[in-house]
Design a protein around this ligand. Structure first.
Ligand SMILES: [Ca+2]
Length: 223
């Protein structure tokens, strides 16, 4: 009996520490359609279909760091609800300039909203298909808040919270095809935020073409 009580106490202590250490349980779902089967529908096994009327559609986008490739679209392509119809359509994608190491942009949702999901979509024949980025968020209320942290400023030092790190690169192969990512939380809400910051990295440095072709970013409000 005494032994059982001790065990129970241990289990309780372990559960308590897990609960305290995990205020949020961010879950990143990454899906992939190879070039042979990918279509403009961006239909994935688990990642939701791209939406047109999501919270990002009305958001304001701002470039914080990096150069946008003039051969592609500007930031508005990320939230226009328009998707490329084939795997190599620069005009329908946002991508940072060739030979540069990625960049950073901010999304302003206008007011703090309860976010259920952040979903990102990309498509390219080879190395510009995968997505590698950090997602940061802020409600803008921290006294130290910097609304426009350039690339050399750690967002953690100025009122931003790291939500997660996304990396959809495969261990082998060139990763060409369609990539879909859905960032959500086990409790149904990522939190209440006004600003999202996407810190984007190149998928490879073997040549100058490692900047991802981002087709769309959706922000889904918690119902
Ligand atoms: Ca688009």
């Amino acid at each position: 009996m005494r032994r059982k009580i001790v065990q129970l106490g241990l289990v309780t202590a372990v559960l308590l520490s897990v609960t305290l250490a995990a205020p949020a349980q961010v879950k990143v779902t990454a899906d992939y359609n190879p070039n042979a089967t990918a279509t403009s529908a961006f239909k994935f096994k688990n990642v939701p279909l791209p939406a047109k009327d999501d919270a990002a559609a009305k958001a304001k986008l701002l470039l914080l760091d990096g150069e946008i490739d003039p051969n592609g679209a500007d930031l508005s392509a990320l939230t226009d609800g328009v998707l490329p119809t084939n795997e190599d359509e620069p005009a329908k994608n946002l991508f940072f300039n060739a030979g540069t190491g990625g960049g950073r942009f901010r999304m302003d949702l206008g007011s703090a909203i309860e976010i259920a999901q952040v979903n990102t979509y990309s498509w390219h024949p080879n190395t510009r298909g995968p997505q590698v980025y950090q997602l940061w968020a802020s409600d803008g209320t921290d006294p130290k808040f910097n609304a426009e942290p350039k690339g050399n400023i750690d967002p953690a030092t100025c009122g931003w919270k790291l939500i997660t790190i996304v990396d959809t690169r495969a261990k082998q192969g060139d990763d060409g095809g369609q990539h879909g990512v859905s960032i959500a939380d086990a409790k149904g809400s990522l939190g209440k935020y006004r600003y999202l910051l996407f810190d984007c990295y190149v998928t490879e440095t073997a040549d100058e073409y490692g900047n991802t072709f981002y087709s769309e970013v959706d922000v889904v409000t918690k119902k």
